[in-house]
Every structure is written in structure tokens, then in C-alpha cells.
Design a protein around this ligand. Structure first.
Ligand SMILES: Nc1ncnc2c1ncn2[C@@H]1O[C@H](COP(=O)(O)OP(=O)(O)OP(=O)(O)O)[C@@H](O)[C@H]1O
Ligand SMILES: Nc1ccn([C@@H]2O[C@H](COP(=O)(O)O)[C@@H](O)[C@H]2O)c(=O)n1
Length: 236
């Protein structure tokens, strides 16, 4: 006798939150566990910022950034075990994590023409993944509010700035002195303030998002909780 195993219902999951709350690590872990696709939308904003800087465009020159918004080709690979990001065919996964891009990305991502361009890309990737597999986990700042307002599950991650700064400093290696922690904390808070106060699609928790404070949880525990929520939605 042959048993039929039905494919899991495709699920679109939006994970938002401030910098360093664990969005990328959680989203990759969840997507890998459930065989889903994964989209790092911050990497897309970083990639377009990298291109602007390479072109000599001043990130503070809103008109110049807007005029160039459609020019670079940005391609995201959505395998959670090996996510990729290219600009005009160049792998930019390393340079987009540098201080220059990190310092400029909030200015570029606040420009409405940039948001319209990147939001369009994000929606088409999410649609494709939901149509052809078990779904996608999309992480960013405005996924639940603007990019995918009809997502099946929305999560908003939080953690105190001190916790986030300690995690980030640990990631960078080297001595964990007070001055370094304070500088890392200030950098996170500066970016959160810029991202939440912009007019176009700011960092915000969607009204129907589940808020999860990751401060006292290990990464494994956070992944476990999100997986449980997805399985609950699937069986509902
Ligand atoms: N629950 C957790 N417990 C301990 N460390 C964690 C936890 N979640 C994430 N981390 C660590 O915190 C750091 C930041 O995590 P991650 O890059 O996933 O955050 P993020 O929200 O995607 O940040 P950003 O918005 O700046 O891209 C990483 O070093 C990660 O390993
Ligand atoms: N949905 C999003 C995602 C990101 N941004 C902007 O990109 C910056 C970098 O994001 P990381 O997650 O890689 O740290 C972030 O500070 C935002 O300016 C965004 O606007 N919307």
C-alpha cells in the first residue's frame, strides 16, 4: 500500500525588530529547520548603499540617491544555509558588513524611491517562494507593516540595547571593555533612531505581530518558539 505524504502548507513569515535583536540568526535557523526560503532585506539595503558609495554618490544627497535607485541589479539568494547577495553580478556579502556601509545605510534606506524599488524586489521573491515551496521567512524592519501586510505570521523581536551591544561585541571578537560596549550600544541606538523616525515605512511593530523579547533566551530557544508558532498556524 502506498502512503501519500502531503506537502506542508506554504507559510509566509515576517520577522522585524531593531538592530541586533537576533532577526537574521533566528530567521536562518527557522527556515533551515523547516526547509523554507530565507530573505535578508537588510542585506538588500546594504547592497544598494554599497553601490551608491562606489558610484561616488553622497548618501545624504537624497535627490541623487533617488535618481539612481533603479540602476543597480540586486540579486538575493534565499538558501538559509548559504544566503547570497550580488550587485550587478559582484558578490558583495563581505563589503556590505563594513563600517562605511553600516554608517550610510540608514540615510539611503530612508529615501522613498529606494524603498519602492527594494520593496518590489522583496514582494516578488516572497511570492515566488510561497508559490513553489513550503514558504519563506523574511526579516527586516517594515516587513509586517508594509512589505507583506498579509503575512501568515508576524514576529517582532526585541532585546535591551545592553544585551544587543554585548552580543554584537562578542561577534566582533577581541576584548570586551566598557568603552567598546558603550560605542557599540551607541551605534545600535543611533541606527534604530534613524530607522524608526524616517517618514517612509519606518521600523515599527505591526499591530498583529507577536512580540518576543530575546534578552533571556538562547538562540535555540527563540528558534524553537518561532517554529512552534509556525506549526500552530499550519495546523490551524
Ligand atoms: N537569543 C540569542 N541569544 C544570544 N545571542 C544571540 C541571540 N540571537 C542572536 N544572537 C547573536 O546576536 C548577534 C546579532 O544577531 P543577528 O545578526 O541575528 O541580529 P539582527 O537583528 O539580524 O541584527 P541586524 O539588524 O543588525 O542585522 C549575533 O552575534 C547572534 O549570534
Ligand atoms: N526591511 C528593512 C531592512 C533593513 N533596512 C535598513 O537597512 C539597514 C541594515 O539592516 P540590517 O538588518 O542588515 O542591519 C537598517 O539599519 C535599515 O536602515 C530597512 O530600512 N528596512
Amino acid at each position: 500500500m502506498r502512503t501519500t505524504v502531503s506537502a506542508p502548507t506554504p507559510v509566509v513569515v515576517a520577522i522585524d525588530g531593531p538592530s541586533g535583536t537576533g532577526k537574521s540568526s533566528t530567521s536562518k535557523g527557522v527556515a533551515a529547520r523547516l526547509g523554507m526560503a530565507y530573505l535578508d532585506t537588510g542585506a538588500q539595503y546594504r547592497a544598494i548603499t554599497w553601490w551608491m558609495l562606489r558610484q561616488g554618490i553622497d548618501p545624504a544627497d537624497t535627490a541623487a540617491v533617488a535618481a539612481a535607485a533603479e540602476k543597480p541589479e540586486i540579486v538575493s539568494g534565499t538558501d538559509p544555509l548559504a544566503p547570497t547577495i550580488t550587485v550587478d553580478g559582484t558578490d558583495v556579502s563581505a563589503p556590505i558588513r563594513g563600517a562605511e556601509v553600516t554608517g550610510a545605510v540608514s540615510a539611503v534606506s530612508a529615501v522613498p524611491e529606494i524603498r519602492a524599488r527594494i520593496t518590489g524586489l522583496q514582494r516578488s521573491i516572497a511570492e515566488g517562494a510561497a508559490a513553489s515551496g513550503p514558504g519563506i521567512v523574511v526579516e527586516g524592519r517594515d516587513i509586517g507593516t508594509t512589505v507583506l501586510p498579509d503575512a501568515d505570521l508576524k514576529i517582532f523581536l526585541t532585546a535591551a540595547p545592553e544585551v544587543r551591544a554585548a552580543r554584537r561585541s562578542g561577534e566582533l571578537g577581541g576584548p570586551q571593555d566598557a568603552a567598546r560596549l558603550a560605542a557599540t550600544r551607541a551605534d545600535l541606538v543611533r541606527r534604530d533612531t534613524a530607522d524608526s523616525s524616517r517618514t517612509a515605512s519606518p521600523l515599527a511593530r505591526a499591530g498583529d505581530a507577536v512580540e518576543l523579547d530575546t534578552g533571556d533566551l538562547t538562540l535555540e530557544q527563540v528558534v524553537e518558539r518561532v517554529v512552534a508558532m509556525i506549526e500552530e498556524r499550519r495546523s490551524a
